[in-house]
Design a protein around this ligand. Structure first.
Ligand SMILES: O=C(O)CCC(=O)C(=O)O
Ligand SMILES: [Fe+2]
Length: 448
């Protein structure tokens, strides 16, 4: 993932503001320079007009001759100074401080791919997305025809004909009727990608639209031809029934389906209730559910180290587990469409060496703290048990990754859904086996 964090994207906003300021400054200076150059040139032109009319007569007066020489030496010098006082090089130099951290073409591809992922996972209609309508958001940044075209080209260049078709079609709807050249270009992409979608078994879901596109292309070409004939702009009919159709569901593995379905599901199930997800509070002695609130104010008081050790202490108290072998708290900030595919937190039998260097055994349990509320998306989902946790600022989830026998609990497979709207910050605490011998005794059978 290129954009791993929204925090990085915020730097881009600041960098963009800085380059706009630098550029505006430069333009002001250049405008001043050019206006000086303009008036000096005008003065030359005026003087020369008189001389050029009758040069011999003009030069007959020695004062005129003197003035001509003076103009082409002293006066000319000020023009040369102005000509060479352009700040373009300095500008370019100043800008590099910001531009060297600008995203790359690869990042652009990543950002478009994130849009495709959101579109697929949450079944967002291309037309809605192009109108900037994203659940949980309040502004509606509409995409122009050539922006949709750009997105379509990115899909095309990564061999993603499925999304190429969606976005080229949207571009087609949005590009001006009289922009015949762009329309023809878009149609070329469309035709090829429709063909590819049609022949690729991976994209069989889209083949139902083939007939539609064929007629769409025919009529569009017809219109182009007719436009060429009489120059009259034709109104493009928006495709009616087909905007909802294309979503990549029928070729995917069941886990992906379960995962995406949970990501979409509402109303949310706010607390994960895995079987063994109750913990004993060592202070009150009471059993608590998997999700508990933690008081932020208790943590954010003194310096970092003290905060971290209070967090550790608190996790130890609430889970009743030893923190001596736990991994350091890991803070994560998800980026554009940021997600984490289904996985286990524990090491499988075949991954014997996964945590070997730590010498602390396997990851017995996970605590995840949700540090932000999200507007939409970004849930933690458990496809095998059909559970999901909606991030809620100040809440945490806890589960055992291992059974009491020490075997990995495969029902803990989980994923982070793509962030649809908002910012997701989480902190993970992975607690290890060593040190828990008397805190979480082994079970009597392999099943436990
Ligand atoms: O962020 C989430 O919701 C889950 C993160 C996770 O599973 C992990 O980091 O291992
Ligand atoms: Fe995880």
């Amino acid at each position: 993932e290129l954009f791993t964090a929204m925090a990085d994207m915020e730097h881009l906003v600041a960098a963009e503001k800085a380059v706009v300021d630098v550029l505006s400054d430069y333009i002001r200076q250049e405008e001043l320079r050019l206006s000086q150059l303009k008036s000096l040139t005008a003065a030359f032109a005026m003087k020369n007009r008189e001389a050029a009319q009758k040069p011999a007569e003009f030069l007959a007066n020695p004062v005129n001759s003197f003035l001509l020489v003076k103009r082409l030496t002293a006066d000319w010098e000020s023009i040369e100074v102005l000509l060479h006082s352009g700040q373009a090089d300095a500008l370019a130099q100043n800008l590099t401080a910001y531009t060297e951290n600008f995203p790359t073409k690869e990042d652009l591809k990543g950002a478009a791919t994130a849009l495709f992922r959101l579109q697929d996972t949450y079944r967002l209609n291309t037309a809605d997305l192009a109108m900037g309508r994203v659940p949980g958001t309040t502004s509606f940044p509409e995409l122009l025809g050539d922006e949709c075209f750009e997105i379509g080209k990115i899909a095309y260049n990564s061999g993603d004909h499925y999304h190429t078709v969606m976005w080229m079609e949207e571009a087609m709807k949005r590009i001006q009727d009289d922009d015949v050249a762009s329309r023809a270009e878009i149609l070329e992409y469309l035709a090829f990608s429709i063909f590819m979608v049609d022949v690729s078994p991976d994209h069989s879901r889209a083949s139902g639209n083939k007939r539609y596109y064929e007629s769409y292309i025919e009529t569009s070409e017809e219109k182009l031809r007719r436009k060429g004939d009489d120059g009259a702009a034709m109104k493009e009919e928006a495709p009616a029934q087909h905007a909802e159709v294309r979503h990549p569901v029928d070729h995917v593995v069941p886990e992906r389906e379960a995962y995406e379905e949970l990501c979409r599901q509402s109303p949310p199930r706010s607390i994960l209730q895995l079987k063994r997800a109750t913990v004993q509070n060592s202070v009150t002695g009471e059993l608590e559910t998997a999700s508990y609130r933690v008081s932020k104010s208790a943590w954010l008081r003194s310096d970092e180290d003290a905060v971290v050790s209070r967090i550790n202490q608190r996790i130890g108290d609430v889970t009743g587990l030893a923190m001596s072998t736990a991994e350091d708290l890991q803070i994560a900030n998800y980026g554009l469409g940021g997600h984490y595919e289904p996985h286990f937190d524990f090491a499988r039998r075949e991954e014997k060496d996964a945590f070997k260097s730590l010498g602390t055994g396997n990851r017995i349990a996970t605590v995840i703290f949700y540090m932000t509320d999200l507007e939409a998306g970004g849930a933690t989902v458990f496809p095998r048990v059909g559970a999901r946790i909606i991030p809620e600022r100040g809440s945490a989830a806890f589960w055992y990754n291992l059974k009491q026998s020490g075997q990995g609990d495969y029902s803990t497979r989980h994923a982070a859904c793509p962030v649809l709207a908002g910012t997701k910050w989480v902190a993970n605490k992975w607690i290890h086996e060593i040190g828990q011998e008397f805190r979480r005794p082994c079970g009597l059978s392999e099943m436990e």
